[in-house]
Write a protein that binds this ligand. Structure first.
Ligand code: FES
Length: 425
């Protein structure tokens, strides 16, 4: 894929075969925002009224090029990220080299699919809608202001941070911001990478480094929603999309349809380091199946692995081919680790796996996108976080068994806060 995999060099990026079909119509307001540098929000002013608001709600995700002009920068950042693609000491040399060599092919692929990834418009829409709900659910922390911070495409973390300053947060005024990962299941390659980037820019723009070596007053107070793999609203949204697709099969065959949950794979080197992602994806699958009363047989499989090293399997494409070969031609693919459509669903599953299966019984469940059940779930998760007042989950304080990264250690200590910093090991 074009860098559709958050975890490794995607196959289409390497082979130049990516495509993306535009399926969603988003309202005009979102289209207007699509080409801007940052999510536009009305200015806010911190005051001394005693209200806990305003609260900045920052959606973190990998992002994707919204236009073909953004492809080279997107690829350069992506290949420069050692948390995502460990290239060792040659990272700064190999990263830009690989990015340059892929750019023209990938630009053409994005042009073929209508000019870009839909991830930005979906993220902005989901965040804005969630904030509207939060304003009603949690008036004491209102107004809730939507922001998006992507790891590899606009709006980048530093752009989001400057926007926070422009809107009246920080710079002596304090204020609260919540970093809300849009990867439901935690991986150090995805959420971990985004948090490392947020911590880096926080230090550069308003930490000791920006203040002559001493911690300045009135900085933004961050907390983190770092995982939500089995939240009941997320589970309900997935389950409803599966049920809608099941209804397209004749009633007498419905319970025989095999559900294939598909998530990005990870290199086994990352899995063996102790990354929590495989277990958390499995938790989502089990919760969805529980909600569906285990009526259908199911498997979890993994997509987007590339290169000669060992990856977590079985592969999604092999799984579909094998079941079809055995005569099981009624299959529903369920993208279980994405919160919106992007290249992994629209190209890899729809145009590759399903196309190659060449059987009308092989289908895909709709992605979450603008699903109101999902957006309510986002609001419920955020509301719960704001009510509890916790800085991050207890789970985030535990590093992977095989982690030797000082950056992981420093980032976790910062987000865990003074009280929990000593628990980070
Ligand atoms: Fe997982 Fe550092 S690699 S905590």
């Amino acid at each position: 894929m074009t860098f559709r995999s958050p975890f490794a060099i995607p196959r289409q990026l390497l082979t130049g075969t990516t495509s993306l079909a535009s399926r969603s119509a988003i309202n005009g307001r979102l289209r207007c925002n699509q080409r801007g540098l940052a999510t536009v929000v009305p200015p806010v002013t911190q005051d001394a009224t005693g209200s806990k608001g305003p609260t900045a709600m920052v959606f973190m995700n990998m992002g994707g090029p919204s236009t073909t002009d953004e492809v080279e920068d997107f690829l350069s950042r992506l290949f420069a990220d050692g948390d995502l693609i460990p290239l060792g000491r040659l990272q700064s040399y190999l990263g830009p080299l690989i990015a340059r060599r892929r750019t023209s092919k990938i630009q053409k692929q994005y042009a073929d699919i209508g000019g870009g990834s839909p991830i930005r418009k979906w993220s902005e829409y989901q965040c804005a809608e969630m904030c509207k709900l939060l304003d009603k659910m949690s008036p004491e922390t209102a107004p809730h202001k939507p922001y998006v911070a992507f790891r590899y495409a606009a709006p980048l973390t530093e752009t989001m941070y400057e926007q926070l300053f422009a809107d009246g947060f920080g710079k002596g005024k304090g204020g609260r911001a919540v970093a809300f990962t849009q990867y439901p299941q935690y991986s150090c390659s995805t959420t971990g990478s985004s948090l490392n980037e947020l911590w880096k820019w926080r230090n550069r723009l308003e930490g000791k480094r920006a203040n002559g070596g001493s911690e300045p007053a009135g900085t933004i107070q961050w907390s983190v929603i770092d995982r939500w793999p089995s939240h009941s609203g997320l589970v309900e949204a997935f389950a409803q999309n599966i049920e809608a697709q099941l209804k397209t099969y004749p009633e007498e065959k419905r319970d025989e349809v095999v559900l294939l949950f598909s998530a990005h794979s990870l290199p086994m080197s990352v899995v063996n380091r102790g990354d929590p992602y495989p277990a958390e994806v499995a938790a989502t699958v089990h919760a969805v199946m529980q909600r569906l009363k285990f009526k259908n047989p199911y498997r979890l499989c993994w997509q987007s692995q590339v290169g000669p090293s060992a990856w977590l399997g079985a592969q999604t494409s092999d799984t579909v081919q094998e079941y079809v070969k055995r005569g099981q031609t009624d299959l529903i693919l369920v993208p279980i680790a994405f919160t919106s459509d992007h290249i992994e669903t629209l190209y890899e599953l729809d145009q590759e796996v399903i196309h190659e299966a060449n059987n009308p019984g092989v289908k895909r469940a709709e992605s979450l996108n603008g699903n109101p059940v999902f957006i309510q779930a986002l609001a419920d998760i955020a509301h719960d976080h704001l009510q509890k007042g916790e800085l991050c989950s207890r789970q985030m304080t535990l590093r992977c068994q095989g982690c030797t990264s000082e950056r992981c250690l420093g980032q976790k200590k910062f987000f865990a806060g003074q009280e929990q910093a000593s628990m980070v090991i």
